[in-house]
Design a protein around this ligand. Structure first.
Ligand code: F6P
Length: 542
């Protein structure tokens, strides 16, 4: 049953949060720190090996209490419990939302439509493990008897970003004998450049698509099959193609052996799916036991989210702080800045997770929101961003709350490079929060006309997440943390975080335009689109 939609912005709790925001609007983090020596300790919370220091946020205890009260007014806990129970909280698609079942232990029980889905999850995990072991050991061979050296995942969106991000993140744990590549874009240059130089006899394609109808993926899958059969005499497609999908009928039509198909379920959203069979390429790379560790890290955060009181609940705290700035401080965007080179794809992954989930303008009951919903999520690994866009965060005119991610131990110890990396992440959070006053700048002897240019206003909020080391377990914990943060925000905003109708219109229009590009049919779009199509037609016909 769908939870009742609450006029959340008409509640006294919303009004109270606004009052606190107004009260604190001109308060500087310098003053908040000066008035409370224990602030950092009091505002640090730890869960599943993730330590979050949220003291550099423009909040105090009364403001935080008001935020927790707002979460209760929105019944975040009731909504969360409904998700864990397997209720169909994705109301526009009449589906349960059970990515938490993907990492539940073998003996857990979650029933959907009379079936214990945890048993189904483990059945697929076991098949994935057996398959991965065969590929990793060299027992699985291609048409000519050679072992597999390259796995190419063909998928897009949730069927690409998760495994791609995690493969990059966990490269130090991957089998060096097998390389994974990821093809997503319908731009033929993606597939062409990724198969360049590959030996088809040693290549295995994983076609990953929840629906198995996605234009990009099916186009690339067919092109990959053509590449295989035209470059390998007598190629046996079954030995070079496996599939991951909920649509087993379409997989069979494509010609992939049902025995080599790994299923999942409609209660797994695409952007919540990389810990399902969609993570098969990752499991081949890192092995089943490390994949299990990743699931365990996720489960640990699930349990924390499910059981911890809101006041010490890390996803709840991060979700509420995000909402605080988005609505009450007019922050348009949220930066996620991992100081870990291997997390190069983490923010790309979060963009889909957050923006496809909470980029919504109507509430669950279809009425429009009259408050801000999901932010623009962006960022790249430090320290690179420092030499590119941090200028704007420090001295620009827009408020950008940030999450800094820092790891105490690197994968590779190179001299004192890790000290340099960590010094930078700590320095950035400090500089953003406290800035540098005009008086401080002047006292350094800076020429008066340069003082305004060299002043840092500070008061830029951030969370610093500290993690022992980037491992399968901690990566899993981080992903689950962000999943649940997004959940908390969606619950308060009264939106359905689990559909994505906003991607449909562009898809439908593209289908209409495809035949028009190669025909002389009269065009009936707007004058701009018509002119652009004519220009393309002219260029392609020489
Ligand atoms: O972009 C829309 C979307 O449906 C995403 O939600 C999904 O992750 C992606 O397309 C790919 O879908 P599929 O796995 O069905 O190919």
């Amino acid at each position: 049953m769908s939870p009742k939609t609450v006029d959340i912005d008409a509640t006294p709790e919303w009004a109270a949060v606004r009052e606190h925001a107004d009260r604190l609007r001109d308060t500087h983090l310098r003053d908040l720190f000066a008035s409370d020596a224990d602030r950092a300790d009091a505002m640090t919370v730890e869960a599943a090996g993730l330590v979050a220091d949220y003291s550099k946020h423009r909040v105090d205890d009364p403001a935080l209490s008001a935020l927790f009260a707002l979460a209760r007014a929105a019944d975040v806990e009731g909504h969360r419990d409904a998700m864990f129970r397997g209720e169909k909280i994705n109301t526009t698609e009449n589906r349960a939302v059970l990515h938490v079942a993907l990492r539940a232990p073998r003996d857990a029980e979650i029933v959907v439509d009379g079936e214990n889905v945890v048993a189904q999850v483990h059945e697929v995990l076991d098949r994935m493990a057996a398959f991965s072991d065969r590929v990793r050991s060299g027992e699985w061979v291609g048409s000519t008897g050679k072992r597999i050296r390259t796995v190419v995942n063909i998928g897009i969106g949730g069927s690409d970003l998760g495994p791609r991000m995690a493969y990059e993140a966990l490269k130090p744990y991957a089998d060096p004998q097998i390389t994974c590549r990821f093809v997503s874009n319908v731009d033929g240059d993606d597939l062409a450049s990724n198969v360049e130089g590959l030996d088809p006899a040693e290549t295995l394609f994983i076609v990953a698509s929840k629906t198995f109808t996605t234009l990009e993926t099916m186009t690339n899958a067919r092109a990959a099959r053509d590449w295989l059969t035209s470059n390998l005499d007598g190629a046996d497609v079954a030995k070079h193609f496996v599939a991951v999908s909920t649509n087993l009928g379409e997989v069979e039509k494509f010609g992939i052996d049902p025995a080599n198909t790994f299923g999942f379920w409609d209660w797994v959203g695409g952007r919540y799916s990389f810990d399902s069979a969609i993570g098969l390429s990752l499991m081949v790379a890192i092995g089943p036991s490390r994949f299990r560790e990743l699931l365990d890290g996720m489960h640990e955060v699930d349990e924390h989210f499910r059981t911890a009181p809101l006041e010490s609940n890390l996803p709840a705290i991060m979700g509420l702080l995000g909402l605080w700035y988005r609505e009450f401080f007019n922050a348009q965007s949220h930066a996620v800045l991992p100081y870990a080179h291997y997390l190069s794809r983490f923010t790309d992954y979060l963009q889909q997770l957050d923006m496809e989930s909470n980029g919504k303008r109507v509430r669950r009951d279809g009425t429009p929101v009259d408050y801000q919903t999901g932010p623009i999520v962006w960022g790249t690994p430090g320290t690179n961003g420092q030499h590119a866009y941090y200028q704007l965060i420090h001295q620009g005119t827009t408020l950008i709350p940030a999450d800094f991610l820092a790891f105490l131990h690197p994968a590779h110890e190179l001299g004192n490079q890790h000290d340099l990396l960590i010094a930078n992440v700590l320095a950035q959070a400090e500089a953003l929060a406290f800035g540098k006053t005009a008086e401080q700048v002047a006292a350094e002897g800076v020429a008066p006309e340069l003082v305004p240019h060299r002043t840092f206003p500070g008061n830029h909020p951030s969370t610093t997440l500290v993690v022992e080391k980037l491992t399968p377990r901690t990566l899993g914990a981080l992903v689950a943390l962000y999943e649940h943060k997004v959940f908390v925000q969606g619950a308060i905003w009264q939106i359905n975080s689990f559909d994505q109708w906003g991607v449909e219109l562009g898809k439908a229009l593209a289908q209409r335009i495809v035949p028009e590009l190669s025909s002389d049919d009269e065009l009936t779009h707007d004058s701009s689109t018509n002119a652009l199509i004519r220009r393309y037609r002219a260029a392609r016909r020489g």
